[in-house]
Design a protein around this ligand. Structure first.
Ligand code: TYM
Length: 338
């Protein structure tokens, strides 16, 4: 008899073009797991509405993200890939969980504080209750693990608290998921400001590298990457406190080449930062080249993209609706007659 696989689920907001951070911190790790786990990955387009987007850009990015998922190695036959808004159960369970999430908990979320500072003119209700929708995204599929970068760990922890609270009130309903943080690539930092994460939503600049960037642009961005102050020792050594820029480049190089920090230090002993930055740029170019080419090809195949969306939403809805019906029943909603 076939053993049931453990379940994994994760999502990315299509609020900006996917970056090297999204790839090394998230998708690369997902692609390696399809044999071992039953995997669900989605474009979190409902979450994207918490900040203002140009509607045409949002539509393009959502489909482009789907194409990039496949180009990054997520086989749609082996993984369930779908667009969040195509599965209405997300919004429906999101509402229910809003009623089981405390104001104080939501107020403590670092991302909420951060985003409210950055979007001071648009601190909307959705931004505040974002974590209960994220909890719904997760809990609908009863996953064992939620692979995310460091910055989303707090939201997954809150999801666990919400699930536990609900289970205590109404008996076991949700599986309690674990965050799954990669050791390398968990936090890829901005090349110009190595104390901030490389973000897909912030202004375009030379600090972030996008999956669809041209090789010459990638090379230029790495050449200009900040290393450390001119006065310090100019050698490649892993010291995140003292040399955050160098540490970030070492993380990126390690993630792209599979080399250890010790091996990287040996490789560049006696070299200046220039050689090191060029090598990191080249490693990134070669890592991203096949992804860019394949994603561009898929984007041109509208029929294939539509089939992907349809099949993914069907598979996801089947599981999500089962959980939603259970929840509605437990909280006392009258079942709809269909
Ligand atoms: P988002 O869209 O900001 O980021 C998607 C994933 O990429 C990781 N990530 C990074 N990892 C390393 N270095 C970086 N510079 C970097 N930038 C982004 C993030 O940690 C994340 O794992 N709320 C989520 C989307 C979401 C979701 C979910 C995730 C909605 N529902 C349910 C998991 C489960 C978000 O905004 O991620």
């Amino acid at each position: 008899m076939e053993e049931t696989k453990k379940v994994m689920l994760s999502g990315i907001k299509p609020t900006g073009d996917l970056t090297l951070g999204s790839y090394l911190g998230a998708i690369k790790n997902w692609a390696e797991r399809a044999e071992q786990f039953d995997c669900y990955y989605f474009m979190a387009d409902l979450h994207a509405l918490t900040t203002r987007n140009n509607p045409a850009d949002l539509r393009r990015r959502t489909l482009e993200q789907l194409a990039q998922y496949v180009a990054c190695g997520l086989d749609p036959e082996k993984n369930t890939l779908f667009i969040q808004s195509h599965v209405p159960a997300h919004a429906e369970l999101g509402w229910v969980l809003n009623c089981y999430t405390m104001f104080g908990e939501l107020s403590r979320m670092t991302q909420f504080k951060d985003k409210s500072r950055k979007n001071a003119d648009n601190v909307n209700g959705g931004l505040f209750t974002y974590p209960s929708l994220m909890a719904a995204d997760i809990l609908l599929y009863q996953p064992d693990y939620v692979p995310v970068g460091d910055d989303q760990k707090q939201h997954v922890e809150l999801t666990r608290d919400i699930a536990q609270r609900f289970n205590n009130l109404y008996s076991d309903t949700f599986k309690i998921p674990e965050p799954y943080i990669p050791k390398i690539g968990a936090r890829v930092m901005d090349l110009q400001d190595p104390l901030s994460k490389m973000s897909k939503s912030d202004d375009v600049g030379t600090g972030r590298v996008c999956l669809m960037d041209k090789p010459e642009d990638i090379a230029r961005k790495f050449k200009r990457a900040v290393t450390d102050s001119e006065t310090g020792e100019r050698c490649v050594r892993y010291a995140p406190e003292e040399k955050p820029g160098v540490a970030n480049l070492m993380q990126i190089y390690a993630a792209c080449t599979g080399r250890s920090f010790d091996a990287i230090e040996d490789e560049f002993a006696g070299h200046g930062y220039g050689d090191f930055k060029t090598a990191v740029g080249e490693a990134v170019i070669e890592t991203l080249r096949p992804i860019r080419e394949e994603a561009s090809r898929i984007m041109k195949d509208k029929g294939y993209l539509e089939t992907l969306c349809k099949n993914g939403a069907e598979k996801a809805s089947y599981i999500a609706n089962k959980t939603l019906r259970k929840v509605y029943k437990k909280v006392g909603l009258v079942p709809a007659v269909r």
